[in-house]
Design a protein around this ligand. Sequence first.
Ligand code: ZN
Length: 375
Amino acid sequence: MINETIVCTRCVMDSTAREIIFDENGVCNFCKYYDEVRTKDLYQDDIGKQKLEALIKQIKEKGKNSDYDCLIGLSGGVDSSYVAYLVKKFGLRALAIHLDNGWNTELAVANVEQLVKRLEIDLKTYVLDWKEFKDIQTSFLKSSISNIEIPTDHAIWAILIKTAGKMRIPYIIAGNNVVTESIMPESWLYGSKDSKLIKAIHRKFGKVKLKTYPSLTTFNYIDYLLVRGIRWVPILNYISFKKDEAKKFLMEELGWRDYGGKHYESIFTRFFHAYYLPEKFGYDLRKSYLSAMICSGQMTREKALEELLNPPAPKELLNQDKEYVIKKLGLTQHEFEQILKVPNKTFADYPNRDSLWRRFNWFVKIARKWITRVG
Ligand SMILES: [Zn+2]
């Protein structure tokens, strides 16, 4: 059979990711990449502890003249909620930023409220202008590129970085981490830093003028991250982060409630992961999250394969989400079906800054190292 899907012998990534390559033992390049970033970006045991202690000390020192030591983004999901707990545990004065893009589930909102109350962390909720944001999201759906979450992810970073600049808070402590997130094909999810792509897609398909949508230009990145020296700290890379244990801890100690599925704290995200990507593109993001769990030794390959036999979300919920998305974005059933039928595209079909980012990759890498360096 020509189109048979080939699965990695170590993780559960397969040939639905078009950039996958297998070695003579059938082990994929994503597994190799995981091992590489694990040795490079992940600090475990005593080294992690020492580095983290030095980092906390540095954050406190730098923040002593500001109202807060650090900013955190709080979505209500496991990773960001655990970060909120950690900053409190280490005695950092944090300001939490929550983005309301109109799609958060009640459970996610309840989690955010519960956490900041119990941990006594100040919270700022940033509400996106719905008319504008709806227009951007609809434009992304019409663009037929796979990552329709770029507008949300970009907005979160833009708000965090700009708030840090305005309030002179030098550190943003984030929940991004090697352990659960480092396996992700670019063909599935093109990154969210590219505001040129967002503007190009909106210019082509949008109807409303953008006045308030938070975005970052290349100049902004250089200004905030290099000139003003705002630093980004992936704190979960410094501890032994076990997702299941973190979840259990949050539930037992902080009244956090589970919403099932990674990033299912938003209805749009659930629709994106569990309906849009599998239906239109044949991508199942669970494969990448489960593979990262396998490579980090938190799950067996057998268990992951077993989990993949289930649909990403119950069918009834998927249909319910689909109808909700259609209604909320003001689309007709026919328009939505057309969107699913349009041939799939990639970011490369629209003006973007990919080549610039690639060309200056070495520069960004050095800058990042500088941004996240310790001591
Ligand atoms: Zn693999």
